[in-house]
Design a binder for this molecule. Structure first.
Ligand SMILES: [Fe+2]
Ligand SMILES: [Fe+2]
Length: 447
């Protein structure tokens, strides 16, 4: 086995083709296609659990071997899926690692068994493949490094995602929040592969050693496949929340050093009642349920004791502009608004905003508008509000062949880091390679 990870699990240093053993059915004379077709993607970063996903090219069963030692001594093998049957799949292998220690480094490898499946009485494993690389990650928790990065609105566009991933590699945070609109609209699960597992960027192993937390955007619900994104990117561990909130699989409240990170989901940017939504969306009660969940997690001892609390959601919770659609109005409000979809989410602001204020949440980091903005706290809204940039990278060619460049549109990586007892949030402009804004927040004063 080839091995080696970079210090702190940051870099994957050794390259190597996956090794396949066993008898593999293949066309005569043809080598079997590689079974494991992506590096692992660390998802649902938490204190005592993490998800590992990877892509396969054929029906397979997969596993992760995990060890606390880089030589993989006493490695534990964890299969995909849960109890009863394993998570056999022909595209995505999802393995959930639980029972981990907080703020601890682990080493892991991935493997898959190729399955010849005929029917319920005829199935067999016909080959196995292991990625020869040893990867690593560090769990979150109060003792983790107090640092995070945010990437958003990547929309499956490598020209924006590549530089974001490069910047994140340079900043090496404890975790990355992917703040929605990773997708566009996806009818097939196949089309989700380049979104999460095989992006056309140099660092295709962007999340192999770098834990991510996913916050859905409106586009992440569009299309037959996106409606069930959990087949590609698993829901969070149920143990993280009380039973009545088990369906809130995308919400998180997790300590990242001195910062408590709170993940919320604003959902679609159109009302459930819009005729074009065909009665097939149910976000109104979802937003309400998240209010109840939020009220509870903000009282949780690990969150309550955090000097800093930062919340994340895709659609902004504030906009000064009276023409910005607030999401709770049908159509374009008889011409009052520029668009007929939400540029910000007044319903979520009304549900969640008072709780942010009550608990001294310092900042809310959003996305969706594809234009970076910082809204300083006000008396009404004591939390700072950031809107991350979008996927536009440099001059754009329009349909009529003309080329335009809007200097206010650029992708961002928003970085949060505790330094000298204060939280600094910095927005990195990835196109102009400058700092778009940098703000310092003192520890909150607890109510
Ligand atoms: Fe977007
Ligand atoms: Fe969006």
């Amino acid at each position: 086995m080839l091995a080696i990870v970079g210090a702190g699990g940051r870099a994957v240093a050794a390259e190597g083709a996956a090794e396949e053993k066993g008898t593999v059915p293949a066309a005569e004379g043809a080598a079997p296609a590689k079974l494991i077709v992506s590096p692992p993607v660390l998802q649902n970063a938490a204190e005592t659990s993490i998800g590992v996903g990877f892509a396969v090219s054929a029906m397979a069963n997969g596993y992760v071997k995990i060890s606390s030692s880089p030589d993989m001594k006493d490695a534990r093998l964890v299969k995909c899926g849960g109890y009863r049957v394993t998570g056999m799949d022909d595209k995505f292998i999802l393995v959930r690692l639980t029972g981990l220690d907080p703020a601890t480094t682990y080493y892991y490898t991935i493997g898959a068994d190729r399955i010849d499946y005929q029917h319920g009485y005829s199935m067999k494993i016909v080959g196995s493949e292991e990625d020869p690389r040893v990867y690593s990650f560090r769990t979150l928790g109060a003792a983790a490094l107090s640092s995070f990065c945010v990437v958003n609105d990547t929309h499956c566009r490598p020209e924006a995602f590549g530089p974001a991933v490069d910047k994140i590699a340079e900043l090496a945070p404890s975790c990355v929040v992917w703040d929605g609109d990773a997708c566009n609209s996806h009818e097939t699960f196949e089309s989700l592969l380049p979104v999460f597992y095989t992006p056309e960027i140099a660092r295709v192993d962007y999340a192999a050693c770098q834990p991510y937390l996913f916050v859905p955007g409106n586009h992440d619900y569009r299309g037959l496949a996106a409606r069930h994104l959990e087949r590609a990117m698993m829901f969070r561990e149920m143990e993280e929340r009380p039973p009545r909130f088990w369906d809130l699989g995308r919400n998180f409240a997790v300590r990242c050093g001195d910062i408590a990170l709170i993940g919320l989901d604003t959902g679609e940017d159109k009302l459930d009642t819009r005729p074009s939504q065909a009665g097939l969306f149910n976000f109104a009660p979802y937003r309400l349920a998240q209010r109840d969940w939020l009220a509870e997690v903000l009282e949780r001892p690990d969150v309550k004791s955090a000097p800093f609390v930062v919340a994340f959601c895709h659609i902004p919770l504030h906009d000064d502009n009276p023409h910005a659609h607030p999401g709770d109005v049908e159509g374009n409000g008889d011409g009052k608004y520029w668009h007929d979809f939400a540029l910000w989410q007044r319903t979520c602001r009304n549900l969640w905003g008072p709780l942010f204020a009550k608990h001294g949440v310092q900042a809310v980091i959003c996305a969706h508008q594809h234009r970076y903005r910082y809204d300083a706290p006000t008396e009404d809204r004591p939390w700072a509000h950031f809107v991350g940039g979008g996927p536009t990278f440099g001059p754009q060619k329009k349909a009529d062949g003309t080329v335009t460049e809007d200097p206010s549109r650029f992708p961002t990586v928003i970085e949060g880091k505790v330094e000298d007892g204060k939280l600094r949030i910095t927005a990195h402009d990835l196109y102009h390679r400058t700092i778009a804004g940098s703000y310092l927040f003192p520890p909150r004063t607890h109510p």
